[in-house]
Design a protein around this ligand. Structure first.
Ligand code: XMP
Length: 326
């Protein structure tokens, strides 16, 4: 069993030099652990799995097999970025699975939030297991477990985890980031040359846009959610707010309101802007966003996103409101 306790004298990795020396150690350690065997990794494109992937590519190259499952609930451009960075730039052994239809078909008509999460999590494992069974000679499973995961949940990764794999798929674990805090993972990611948009990414829940397309997910509202979220992120970037606000996204509820467009009555969806600051996600405050930024987002969403006739800014702190809407 690997050591899962951070030594009291372990230095905080907060410089490129410290990140490089961590990388040299881990590369040597992974090579020793893995030998000439193959390692499987579920690569979501989030910070942790991306950093693990880049580290393992440096250590064992094509012995690493990455599987990226697109569950149809990714943000705009996310799967494309995974393919661009890992397949095109780092020449990874990457299997891309577009399972969007499977997920969206299963979710059709399901409006209970926990049930939605269960379906998304369960189907993720199902799709990943199917891919794993097609592969031969895999001995190890790599995971982006980080130290807070170990502290908070006995080492079980809370989101997009593949911990629930069926019994015939029992692998030995490779978890090179397991003693690192999030800021250290980002430092290591930078040292590995990953793009800032990947390394600095705000938290994104495992069920993805599924918990922001409220109630029973429909493809039209999901498209409105994805487009409005992309606009919001672009406008935050332009205004220099990325990195200043902890988490920001849009939400599309499952009710409509009246509007007027081109002199005709419309009956369309609202888009809700959610932006929060927090230290540990247990409590959160709502930042006073510049009016010009709110107006720019509103103007663009109304002009560019079909089926939307209203934009709202959610001023609710946590508690009482949670960060996500469901
Ligand atoms: P709430 O909504 O509980 O969110 O205030 C706190 C933080 O957790 C994220 N979140 C999730 N992350 N799977 C995840 O991996 C989930 O089901 C999930 N639900 C909420 C949320 O984005 C916020 O950062």
């Amino acid at each position: 069993m690997e050591n899962n306790t951070r030594p009291a004298d372990m230095r905080r990795i907060n410089t490129p030099q410290l990140a490089e020396s961590f990388l040299s150690e881990q590369v040597a350690q992974v090579r020793q652990q893995v030998g000439d065997k193959k390692v499987l990794l579920a690569l979501s494109g989030g910070v942790d799995s991306s950093v693990v992937a880049a580290l393992l590519i440096r250590a064992i190259g094509k012995q690493l097999v990455c599987v990226h499952v697109n569950h149809g609930l990714m943000r705009k451009g996310e799967s494309e970025q995974v393919i661009e960075v890992f397949k095109n730039q780092l020449d990874a052994n990457l299997i891309y699975v577009d399972a969007s239809d499977r997920f969206l078909d299963l979710l059709a008509g399901v409006d209970e939030p926990e049930q939605k999460r269960k379906i998304i999590g369960g189907e993720f494992i199902q799709v990943f297991a199917e891919e794993a069974r097609k592969l031969e000679g895999i001995t190890f499973l790599a995971q982006g477990t980080i130290y807070p995961d170990i502290l908070e949940s006995d080492g079980v990764k809370a989101h997009h985890n593949v911990g629930g794999l069926p019994e015939d798929l029992e692998f030995q674990l490779v978890e090179p980031l397991r003693l690192l805090y999030k800021d250290e993972v980002r430092e290591v990611g930078r040292a590995l040359g990953l793009p800032a948009s990947m390394v600095e990414r705000q938290p994104f829940p495992g069920p993805g846009l599924g918990v922001r397309c409220l109630g029973a997910i429909t493809r039209d509202r999901l498209a409105a959610l994805r487009e409005s979220d992309a606009i919001l992120r672009e406008e935050f970037d332009k205004a220099g707010l990325a990195g200043q606000v902890w988490q920001y996204f849009t939400v599309v509820p499952d009710f409509r309101s009246t509007g007027v467009r081109d002199g005709k009555r419309a009956y369309d969806w609202p888009v809700i802007i959610r932006a929060v600051n927090t230290v540990d996600a247990m409590t959160a405050t709502v930042p006073e966003l510049p009016w010009a930024v709110l107006q720019a987002i509103t103007g663009r969403v109304l002009a560019e996103v079909p089926g939307v006739c209203r934009v709202l800014y959610d001023l609710t702190p946590k508690p009482v409101g949670t960060i996500e809407w469901e």
